[in-house]
Design a protein around this ligand. Structure first.
Ligand code: MGD
Ligand code: MGD
Ligand code: SF4
Ligand code: MO
Length: 649
């Protein structure tokens, strides 16, 4: 048979949402390529896209439903047996403990609309408990909302027109390689300056023109240092500030308190370094301030994001920042997920704090899909004690045999994005393409749309919308959402751009961009983001954990092997602790300990460690044993990057 090329969209939890061309020969995928015509993908994939063939046909694929056996193993079952078992237990739990004891635990393993939000329909219909989706970016959104209303801003395909691009707590070269490539293109073609603000020498920092390394958690002081430098030299856009903003005087008063000396004390950056960033901003308008999700994963992470977002308006820019842009979109997500259709009120649980909730036994029925919480949630000690509870019944719909699947009572095989049709508007750029299934589903794997209907029937649910045609629902939700075409065009294979809101609209109480936030004051937060004290030396090392190129969280270890169990440590810290390169060391705190191999490098400053995120230690211990389930005050996000640990040889 002649090879066929199928257009799909990579639905992984990733900024870039690539358009991919998949070559199929004799019913098998033989090649996955980046779409050369897509304005962001521009013809290449990352190492994960490239490895999708291996991951699809991996030995770790779940091909059939499985039921747990009394000896703790699994036995293969038919779909009928598995779904009947799930439905009968679910009915019993609902009858005995009520909907608050039932939880669907999902995240963004596949962000396709017929995968992620669609799979929430059943649980919306049941009125089950719901988590608040705070594990990733929520606190940054909540922080931005205080000053700007909705959180949309610069889009990656606008980088070409910028004279300065600042990646702030954003390791784009690794976490958003296509966005990074657009920045490099602007540099090569227009001389755009690239800045990185990152405490460690990330791949992005290494490749930037200017790299500033404030201490972790000191970004607010740095922002005020930059602002003071701009204000004192009259480099701010006074006319813009007067016309469009609120609360500038308060902001200015705080900024003027941040002398070079005081900023240096907190951030470790010299007055010259701070001024160099102010100069870069003042001399290179327009700029794009690219705020990373990594910036907000610490105890005051929302405040970091708030502060950084206040620089662009000083220079007269409407929403001159980027922070995963999903919120500006005009489509009806609540229709797709059913949250707008259900009449039931759902109990909301902190996702970041779920380990403790599950350990406590509040949940009796757990349905996991699109997530691998048995590795990725913080407070793994508590989570595993919870998952082992006799009175908890766990169902996992998964493509691969993850740690979470191995803990399940019932395992349901899921299709990868290469085996089903979907629609994937991402959370960064605004282009959408229909994602077409390239090959027949492997084994007996089934889609989220199919499983939802099968379970709804078995539960006897009567809400008509549970049985609706998914594509008709998508058309209703998105039909009017595109600038340059119709839903029909999209179905025909066109790449369309979603409509965007106006950049000079601010959905705040004053209708203006608010330097001092009215809503923050009303909610009991500081109207301005304020720098909080950093942990002292006696509290140990700050451990930063971030993604690396070959893995998406826990995925692709079946292709590339285990995530390297390493930790970067500064040479002077290593000498003091008598640790040599390659030595095993123990990282520990009050929650647990993991053993990893030391990499002695000046890419981290003294007092700071870095590890690839979600690694398993040399003895198989999950990294997130060390992470607390504490939620941030603003937005409820996680605190991964502000935890402290001790290092011992
Ligand atoms: N230490 C530390 N921990 C962290 C973080 C950190 O920075 N440091 N970051 C946090 C962040 S930002 C995030 S987003 C989370 C990510 O946490 P998770 O979302 O749990 O991460 P993944 O390992 O990608 O798990 C996604 C799962 O979805 C499955 N999947 C893929 N496609 C489909 C599909 O079509 N259908 C179904 N049913 N399943 C599918 C994959 O096989 C995979 O097992 O981790 C958090 N954990
Ligand atoms: N290859 C790959 N790409 C991914 C993912 C993946 O797993 N693998 N996951 C995707 C997901 S879900 C997410 S959330 C994103 C995350 O991707 P990013 O938004 O880039 O965030 P991180 O990689 O967590 O961290 C970015 C940088 O912030 C720095 N940082 C940490 N603390 C601070 C601080 O206090 N101040 C400053 N200025 N910087 C700090 C870290 O050193 C790190 O280099 O990546 C997405 N892309
Ligand atoms: S993981 Fe991200 S960069 Fe890689 S192919 Fe998918 S969307 Fe593109
Ligand atoms: Mo994330």
């Amino acid at each position: 048979m002649t090879p066929r090329v199928v257009k799909t969209a990579c639905p992984r939890d990733c900024y870039d949402t690539c358009s991919l061309l998949v070559t199929v020969e004799d019913g098998r995928i033989v090649k996955v390529q980046g779409d050369p015509d897509h304005p962001v993908t521009r013809g290449f994939t990352c190492p994960r896209g490239a490895a999708d063939i291996k991951r699809t046909y991996s030995e770790e694929r779940i091909l059939y439903p499985h039921l747990r056996t009394p000896d703790g193993g699994f036995t293969r079952a038919t779909w009928d047996e598995a779904l009947d078992a799930v439905a009968s237990r679910l009915k019993a739990v609902l009858a005995e403990h009520g909907p608050d004891s039932v939880l669907q635990l999902d995240y963004a393993g596949n962000i396709g609309l017929l995968t992620e939000p669609w799979a929430q329909r059943l649980w919306n219909a049941l009125g089950a408990a719901v988590h608040d989706s705070t594990i990733c970016s929520a606190s940054g959104h909540a922080g931005l909302a205080l000053h700007h209303g909705l959180t949309y801003g610069v889009e990656p395909d606008e980088l070409q027109d910028k004279r300065l691009i600042v990646f702030w707590g954003f390791n784009a070269k690794v976490s958003a390689p296509h966005t990074w490539a657009l920045a490099v293109k602007a540099r090569n073609e227009n001389g755009t300056i690239i800045v990185a603000v990152d405490p460690r020498k990330s791949d992005t920092a290494e490749a930037a023109d200017i790299w500033l390394a404030p201490r972790p958690g000191s970004d607010i002081a740095l922002v005020y240092g930059v602002a003071r430098s701009l204000i004192e030299r009259s480099l701010v856009d006074q006319a813009f500030i007067e016309e469009w903003t609120h609360g500038y005087e308060e902001f200015k008063e705080e900024a003027l308190k941040w002398t070079g000396e005081r900023v240096e004390e907190v951030t470790g950056l010299s007055p010259e370094q701070v001024e160099s960033l102010a100069d870069a901003y003042a001399g290179n308008n327009p700029s794009a301030t690219m705020i990373g999700i990594g910036l907000q994963k610490s105890v005051y992470g929302a405040d970091h994001v708030r502060a950084v977002s206040l620089i662009p308006p000083l220079l007269g820019l409407h929403r001159g920042f980027f922070y995963s842009s999903g919120q500006g979109r005009y489509f009806d997500q609540g229709l797709i997920s059913g949250s707008r259709l259900t009449k039931k009120k759902r109990k909301v649980l902190s996702q970041v704090g779920l380990s403790e909730t599950i350990e406590r036994g509040d949940i009796k029925f757990l349905y996991v899909n699109n997530m691998n919480p048995a590795v990725t949630l913080p407070d793994q000690g508590a989570l595993h004690r919870g998952l082992d509870r006799e009175d908890l019944y766990t169902v996992v719909h998964e493509t691969h045999w993850t740690e979470t699947a191995r803990h399940a009572d019932v395992v349901l095989p899921a299709q990868t994005y290469l085996e089903k049709d979907d629609l994937v508007p991402g959370y960064s750029h605004s282009y959408a393409t229909k994602s077409n299934g390239a090959v027949e589903p492997l084994g007996e794997s089934q889609s989220e749309t199919w499983v939802t209907v099968e379970l709804a029937r078995r539960l006897g649910l009567e809400e008509e919308w549970l049985y609706a045609d998914p594509w008709a629902v998508l058309e209703e939700a998105l039909g009017e959402s595109f600038i340059d075409g119709t839903f029909e065009d999209l179905m025909g294979g066109a790449t369309l751009k979603l409509k965007a809101r106006s950049r000079d609209e601010y959905q705040t109480p004053t209708g203006r961009m608010e330097f001092a936030s009215v809503k923050a004051a009303e909610s009991g937060f500081d109207p301005l983001p304020l720098q909080h004290p950093l942990p002292g030396k006696e509290e140990g090392f700050t451990l930063l954990t971030t993604g690396i190129p070959k893995y998406t969280h826990t995925q692709f270890q079946d292709v590339y092997g285990p995530i390297p169990p390493i930790v970067w440590i500064n040479p002077r810290d290593a000498a003091r602790l008598r640790v040599a390169d390659g030595d095993p060391v123990s990282l520990s705190n009050e929650r647990g300990a993991i053993r990893v191999e030391a990499v002695v490098t000046d890419r981290v400053p003294r007092g700071v460690l870095w590890s690839p995120r979600l690694l398993k230690g040399l003895d198989g211990e999950p990294q997130n044993l060390l992470m607390p389930g504490d939620a941030q005050l603003i937005g409820g996000g996680p605190v991964f990057n502000s935890i402290t640990v001790n290092v011992s040889p």
